[in-house]
Design a protein around this ligand. Structure first.
Ligand SMILES: Nc1ncnc2c1ncn2[C@@H]1O[C@H](COP(=O)(O)OP(=O)(O)OP(=O)(O)O)[C@@H](O)[C@H]1O
Ligand SMILES: [Mg+2]
Length: 362
C-alpha cells in the first residue's frame, strides 16, 4: 500500500476483496533457459473490474497472459479461473474453460476470407451452435459495438478501429467471464483509441465484464483501468488503484513508465535550476485525494507566513479522484521557513521534493 494517499483506498480494497475473483494467480513461475519470465507472480482479478498490467518490454506480460489462457504451462504455481485450477486440467477439460476467456489483439486477428458477421460468430461455430443462433448473436454483438451495417462486409474494407470493434464482438460471442487484451489499441490512432476504450468501459459497465489489459500506453490505464499492477523481470513491483499508483508511484520502474504523463516542470524553468541556494526554491508537491480537494494552499499561507507562488501545475482527475502536482516557488534563503513549509505540506499527506533553486525570480 502506498505510504501516502491511503484514505479512501483501503475501503475500496476491502469492498473488492469480498467479491468473487475471476482470476487468481498464486506464485506463478515460468523460466525460459536462464530467463525467469515469471518469477513468483501472485495476483487476483476481481469480478467486474478492469485490471491493467504495465511493464517494460520483456517484463513477462505476454507470458502471463499465455499462462492465463492455458497456452503456456507454468513451471510452478497455480492459475485459477473462476476458482478452477487450469494446471490440473487436461486439454479436453481446458477447452470449455478457454471459452470463458475472450481475447483481443493488437493486430485484430480477423479472418480475411470471412464476413464480419462470420468472424464474430466463429467462436460459436467452433462450439457447434446452430446457424440461426450464431447469426442472431452476431447481430446482437454488432449492434453492441455499433457496426450493424457492416455485417456482410469483409475485414479488408474496415478501418483499424472498426476491425477492433469486430475483434471485441468476436471475443464476447461465447459470453466470456474474462476479456484479455494484449496491446489492443497499440496499432490505433489516438482518437480511435479513445473510442475503443470508451467501448470497453461501456461493455465493462453494462455487462459487468471483467477485463485484464496489458499495455505500454499509460493513457489506456489512466482512462479505463480500476487497478494497475506493474510487472518487471517477472515480478510485481507495485499494485493498487490507478489514481493512487499514478499519484504516488513507489518504484523507479513505475516512475519511468509513467514518465511522459506525469506533470513536469516546463523545460525552460527546469533548465534554470541550480543545486545550490538561490533567490528562490522550487518545490514539487504531488497531491491526491483530500490533499488535492482541500484548501491546501490557503492553509499553507496561514500556517507559514510569507510569500510563495504557484509557478506551474494543477489538479487532474483519475477515477473521480483529484490528483495533481503543484510546482511552488518559495523566495528567500530562510532554511527554517522552507523546512516549515515542507513539514506542513507533508503533514497534509502530500509528497514534497525540492527540485532546486533559481538565481532570479521566475
Ligand atoms: N518461448 C520463449 N522462449 C524463450 N524465451 C521466451 C519465450 N517467451 C518469452 N521469453 C522471454 O521471457 C521474457 C518475457 O517475455 P514476454 O513476451 O512475456 O515479455 P512482454 O512483457 O510481453 O514484452 P513486450 O512488451 O515486448 O511484449 C523475455 O525475456 C522473453 O525473451
Ligand atoms: Mg508482450
Amino acid at each position: 500500500m502506498n505510504q501516502h494517499f491511503t484514505s479512501t483506498v483501503e475501503t475500496a480494497e476491502q469492498a473488492g476483496a469480498t467479491q468473487q475473483d475471476v482470476v487468481r494467480l498464486v506464485e506463478l513461475k515460468r523460466r525460459f533457459g536462464v530467463t525467469a519470465a515469471l518469477d513468483g507472480i501472485s495476483l487476483t482479478v476481481r469480478k467486474g473490474e478492469i485490471l491493467g498490467i504495465i511493464g517494460r518490454s520483456g517484463a513477462g506480460k505476454s507470458t502471463l497472459i499465455r499462462c492465463l489462457n492455458g497456452l503456456e504451462r507454468p513451471d510452478s504455481g497455480g492459475v485459477f479461473i473462476e476458482g478452477r485450477e487450469i494446471g490440473r486440467l487436461g486439454e479436453r477439460d481446458l477447452q470449455p474453460l478457454r471459452r470463458r476467456i475472450g481475447m483481443i489483439f493488437q493486430h485484430f486477428n480477423l479472418l480475411s476470407a470471412k464476413t464480419v458477421e462470420d468472424n464474430v460468430a466463429l467462436p460459436l461455430k467452433i462450439e457447434g451452435r446452430p446457424k440461426a443462433e450464431r447469426l442472431a448473436r452476431a447481430a446482437e454483438l454488432l449492434d453492441l459495438v455499433g457496426l450493424s451495417e457492416k455485417a456482410k462486409a469483409y475485414p479488408a474494407l474496415l478501418s483499424g478501429g472498426q476491425k477492433q470493434r469486430v475483434g471485441i464482438a468476436r471475443a464476447l460471442a461465447a459470453r466470456p467471464a474474462l476479456l484479455l487484451s494484449d496491446e489492443a489499441t497499440s496499432a490505433l490512432d489516438p482518437e480511435t483509441t479513445r473510442s475503443i476504450l470508451a467501448l470497453l468501459k461501456d461493455i465493462n459497465r453494462r455487462l459487468g465484464l471483467t477485463i485484464l489489459l496489458i499495455t505500454h500506453e499509460m493513457e489506456v490505464i489512466r482512462s479505463i483501468a480500476d487497478r494497475v499492477a506493474v510487472i518487471d523481470a517477472g515480478r510485481i513491483v507495485e499494485e493498487g488503484p490507478v489514481w493512487s499508483v499514478f499519484a504516488d508511484p513507489r518504484s523507479e520502474i513505475t516512475r519511468s513508465l509513467l514518465g511522459a504523463i506525469r506533470p513536469q516542470l516546463p523545460a525552460e524553468l527546469a533548465a534554470r535550476l541550480l543545486p545550490a541556494a538561490g533567490a528562490e526554491t522550487i518545490l514539487r508537491v504531488d497531491v491526491a485525494g483530500e490533499a488535492a480537494s482541500g484548501p491546501l494552499l490557503s492553509d499553507l499561507a496561514t500556517a507559514v507566513p510569507g510569500a510563495f507562488r504557484l509557478v506551474h501545475g494543477g489538479i487532474d482527475h483519475i477515477q473521480q479522484q483529484p490528483v495533481g502536482t503543484l510546482f511552488l516557488s518559495v523566495p528567500g534563503s530562510d532554511a527554517n521557513r522552507l523546512a516549515d513549509i515542507i513539514t506542513f505540506l507533508k503533514a497534509r499527506q502530500t509528497r514534497v521534493e525540492v527540485l532546486g533553486h533559481v538565481a532570479n525570480p521566475v
